[in-house]
Design a protein around this ligand. Structure first.
Ligand code: FAD
Length: 486
């Protein structure tokens, strides 16, 4: 099945909107009647909504899942092009992420992972490209450079952030942590700039921008410390947790298991292509109306839609002031993630930074396609932001910013223009977490708000989405247990 989402480009076919994915659900709806009153209506079929819908339906609750798109997975989905899964959004997982790993074990997918990197051949180098020229390093030298630059960046307490973020899965920020949340990474770089070599500064800045998809000025320094803490306070940990292990069959091969298990419970009704326009809610019930004018009723709602689009749904009574303010501020991540299939087999082992001049900042060999070509993935963000579909030549030139390459195919999803995301993974500007984390997590009447964007642990990751979906289902089940329904 082909989703409306995503783009591909080849010389022969030009630019095409929509790519095939096993995450597209057919038939798109199994709703029989709009008279049913559901126990819980889950809005959003990303990992958070899928987890919540599955857990609630397995617990015996009558669940309706409403999703705006034609597919599951939200910001994590894979396209299958000529037998090869290109990851359009969320990709890498790690066994140190407890919620993700619980689900991988549940579905027996432990042996379905592969390693993105292959440092065995060709241009087995780290290429640091700047307007002044290209420097070339071994991957061992790359690790040393990255480790020394990030260590200087995070070492605010003499123990590499361990004192500032001692419990990375806690939502409680110490006064020290709050101080760093009100500081941007640009502020922190200004503090340490005399301690950094030019290459260290380049590497630290490019790595931070890879993580935030924002600019140095709009990136909360605390949130970067939080990622660092979650990754075991080391650069090696960052690589293991953030960019190493992915599903051989793509993310949609994982997400579909959640959906199928929920469906098999016999308690799941669903409707895709159903953007929600408005929600009326009170102490006893919720009434949800889609843009097409269909109305559904439920006792509870789990709202699993992202922060940057929350204000696009009309709530009556309106959202609480703090939540509304958080959604108005939004997060800053406008990551541009693009895949290229290239005929240069020698580039399978390269990694590279192209900064500060280029639109794509960070890239590396990510796989070998069935045709034997190299698959390169690259990331940009708000820094030199561009829309890859608007000018394919510009997009190809951004890849050439790492090294000359013969591009056969491009594949991507433009998350900035996506009306149901308005951005990529959550990354906050200074102040958002210390001011609004509690507001984003609070429930309102019969609505539980759940999303990776305000998870406590792996906030902004697939793991955080599953953490939140689990919390939402437990909350709703507890409500029903109080009424002795369960
Ligand atoms: P979403 O996946 O956004 O789900 C929300 C759902 O709500 C969507 O399906 C959306 O269509 C739907 N929705 C929105 N508005 C409405 C409406 N009005 N009516 C009905 N439905 C609506 N994480 C990792 O762990 N590893 C990675 O390598 C990684 N890389 C990433 C790369 C990119 C480019 C992106 C974009 C994300 C990446 N992430 C990664 C983050 C991860 O994908 C997300 O944090 C996670 O998927 C979010 O899940 P969620 O269910 O909380 O939200």
């Amino acid at each position: 099945m082909t989703s409306k989402d995503g783009y591909s480009w080849t010389k022969a076919q030009g630019l095409r909107a929509g790519v095939p994915s096993i995450g597209v659900i057919e038939p798109p709806s199994n709703v029989k009647s709009t008279d049913t009153v559901y126990d819980v209506i889950v809005v959003g079929a990303g990992y958070c909504g899928l987890t919540a819908a599955r857990d609630a339906s397995l617990a015996g609750l009558k669940v309706l899942l409403l999703e705006a798109r034609d597919r599951i997975g939200g910001r994590s989905w894979s396209s299958n092009i000529e037998g090869y899964p290109y990851e359009m959004g969320g990709t890498w997982v790690y066994w140190g992420q407890a919620n993700v790993w619980r689900e991988i074990a549940r579905y027996g997918m432990q042996d379905e992972l592969e390693i993105s990197y292959d440092f065995s051949r060709g241009i087995n180098k780290y290429l640091l490209s700047t307007p002044q020229g290209v420097q070339s390093f071994s991957h061992e030298e790359e690790d040393e450079l990255m480790q020394s630059s990030l260590a200087k960046l995070v070492n605010v307490d003499g123990c590499y952030g361990r004192n500032v973020v001692p419990f990375p899965h806690s939502g409680v920020l110490s006064p020290e942590a709050r101080k760093y949340d009100h500081m941007s990474v640009a502020d922190r770089i200004a503090e340490i700039k005399n301690d950094l070599t030019p290459n260290e500064r380049l590497c630290a800045e490019a790595f931070v921008l890879l993580c935030s998809g924002g600019t140095l000025e709009t990136t909360s320094f605390y949130e970067f410390l939080h990622w660092w803490a979650l990754s075991g306070y080391s650069y090696e940990g960052c690589i293991d947790y953030l960019v190493k292990y992915k599903f051989r069959g793509g993310q949609s091969s994982f997400a579909i298991r959640f959906f199928r298990e929920a469906l098999a419970s016999g308690n799941l009704t669903y409707s895709f292509n159903s953007p929600v326009a408005s929600v009326q809610h009170g102490d006893e019930s919720v009434q949800i109306t889609t843009r097409a004018g269909k109305t559904f009723r439920g006792t509870k709602m789990i709202c699993a839609i992202p922060l940057n689009v929350l204000n696009d749904v009309k709530f009556d009574p309106p959202l609480a002031t703090g939540r509304k303010a958080a959604a108005t501020t939004g997060h800053v991540n406008q990551c541009v993630k693009v895949h290229a299939e290239i005929s240069d087999r020698d580039l399978r082992s390269f990694t590279g930074i192209s900064y500060p001049h280029n639109g794509l900042i960070y890239g590396f060999g990510d796989g070998t396609t069935p045709a034997g070509n190299t698959h390169v993935v690259a990331f940009g963000g708000q820094h030199n932001h561009f829309h890859p579909e608007e000018n394919v030549d510009h997009t190809k030139a951004a890849f050439e910013g790492f090294a000359p390459m013969s591009i056969e195919r491009l594949v991507f999803h433009n998350w900035s223009k996506d009306e149901f995301a308005k951005g990529a993974w959550f990354f906050p500007a200074p102040g958002l977490i210390s001011t609004h984390l509690k507001d984003m997590r609070a429930r309102e009447h019969n609505i539980v708000f759940a999303c990776s964007d305000w998870a406590l642990g792996w906030r902004s990751f697939i793991d955080g989405a599953i953490e939140e979906g689990t919390r939402a289902a437990i909350t709703v089940r507890a409500d029903f247990a109080g009424r002795s329904k369960l």
